[in-house]
Design a protein around this ligand. Structure first.
Ligand code: GLU
Length: 465
């Protein structure tokens, strides 16, 4: 066991997106690798934008990805007393103060600063005021150091420093009494014993403010690691314009969690040129040394390629359960049809997603196959009556209804009729599946079983054009 304590701290203002999931995954892998502790904290201080629905969506996505946490979920809304206590402590110690400046006054000063080409920054009007009028609306500001610099060594980005005179006196409590993000995140990370903060690099600018707060509160400062952004193919920040960004949308599109995990880990991390990693391998190999400093580009084709790999090599039983679920969404029941595990075995070599598996499996379960009209017009004509009747007799009479002997009997029939394989196989295939695509013909015939095969030939005979 190591004493590494890391956390994932999503704000429940929407679903779990690709970037958040990667942050969660990196934290998870570090904790597992070191035998440390992975904490989940729901940052729901923003009451207006947070919702229970989003909390549930995030928890569901974490579970689906297999990112189990050791502690939490903690909720910030359950910790408000602690935050108030710490704000009062800072005021009592003179490290924070009440600010009575009104939004209008601040806006005026901001405009003035812009006019004079100065960086807008709180001018410290209330820093040292001696009166503290009771009952007047006010915020609480942190008395930030004005000289020197605040520096840290980021475990991914290297040394980073900020001049303190660039950072103004941060509001830590709003007029309505609610504490602000940069404050609560410090109280939480400190009191939860987090010693490595790994998050997206959109938080880099918050880090010096947070370090100053750790110092003012007398807490040890954790290490920081900021993961570079994820971009879309056009090199702008990944957004809905580039396709799905929600983790669960990928499940709905037929992706497997292990494919997404494998894909996400490679967004920013590498291990030589290896592309495929099991979870166990990741746990033993993952380290921040091999996380790059530059942004990575989201590549849907590669994710699809990985998914195809995991489908090809997946356990047919598990895939069958997922396929059956998908078929049910299309109101197709597998109850009266062939064994879904056998169906998966016939399709998993080529299907790239569970959706493709289900699409490929439809014909096995439809009571009446859906003919592709073009294929039917070409391949199920009256010229095929004799052939189909002979095939019917063959399938009715063959004692063992499995692919190899059926294929041999089919070969003998072709010789007798002096037909090439394709000439006879194509109409048979359309009779079985409705079109020319699909898995190996005799494999699918075996899976369908004698009764269904005969019924499908009968129907084809009835619908010859
Ligand atoms: N709640 C913040 C967010 O979702 C993360 C805060 C952090 O990781 O420090 O962006």
């Amino acid at each position: 066991m190591s004493n590494l304590r890391v956390r994932f701290a999503p704000s429940p203002t929407g679903y779990l997106h690709i970037g958040g999931a990667r942050t969660a995954l990196f934290n998870y892998l570090l904790a597992r690798r070191e035998g440390g502790t992975f904490v989940l904290r729901i940052e729901d201080t923003d009451l207006e934008r947070s919702s229970q629905e989003s909390v549930d969506a995030i928890l569901q996505a974490m579970e689906w990805l297999g990112l189990d946490y050791d502690e939490g979920p903690y909720y910030q809304t359950e910790r408000f007393d602690l935050y108030q206590e710490k704000i009062d402590q800072l005021i009592a110690e003179g490290k924070a103060y009440r600010c009575y400046c009104t939004p209008e006054e601040l806006e005026k000063k901001r405009q003035q600063a812009m006019l004079e080409k100065r960086k807008p920054k709180y001018d410290g009007t209330c820093r040292d005021r001696s009166d503290q009028p009771e009952g007047r609306p006010h915020v609480v500001r942190f008395r930030a150091p004005q000289e020197g610099e605040t520096a840290f060594t980021d475990l991914i980005k290297g040394p980073i420093s900020f001049a303190n005179d660039e950072l103004d006196d941060l509001i830590i409590r709003r007029t309505d009494g609610s504490p602000t993000y940069n404050f609560v995140v410090v109280i939480d990370d400190a009191t939860m014993g987090i010693n490595l903060v790994l998050r997206g690099d959109d938080h880099i600018n918050n880090t010096p403010r947070q370090i100053q707060l750790y110092q003012a509160l007398g807490y040890p400062v954790p290490q920081f690691a900021h993961v570079p952004m994820i971009l879309g193919s056009d090199k702008t920040r990944l957004s809905k314009r580039h396709g799905a960004t929600s983790v669960m949308a990928y499940r709905d599109q037929g992706y497997l969690p292990e494919a997404l995990v494998n894909y996400l880990v490679r967004l920013g991390w590498s291990h030589g040129d290896q592309e495929i990693f099991s979870k166990d391998e990741l746990v033993s190999l993952f380290s921040l040394d091999q996380v790059g400093r530059s942004a990575s580009v989201f590549n849907p084709d590669k994710l699809l390629w990985l998914n195809a790999h995991y489908i090809k090599t997946g356990d047919p039983k598990r895939l069958a359960a997922l396929m059956v679920e998908k078929l049910a969404e299309q109101n197709i029941s597998v109850k009266a049809g062939p064994d879904p595990v056998a169906v998966v075995r016939s399709l998993q070599e080529r299907a790239r997603t569970i959706v493709e598996l289900a699409d490929g499996a439809r014909f096995f379960y439809l009571e009446q196959v859906e003919y592709d009209e073009k294929d039917r017009a070409k391949l199920l004509t009256r010229a095929q009556r004799d052939l189909l009747e002979r095939l019917r007799a063959l399938f009715a009479g063959e004692p063992e209804f499995t692919a190899a002997p059926l294929k041999q009997a089919f070969g003998r029939l072709l010789e007798e009729l002096e037909l090439g394989f394709g000439k006879a196989a194509q109409p048979l295939r359309v009779a079985m599946t409705g079109s020319r695509g699909g898995p190996d013909l005799f494999e699918l015939i075996e899976i369908l079983g004698r009764d269904r095969v005969l019924a499908r030939i009968d129907r084809a005979l009835e619908s010859l054009v």
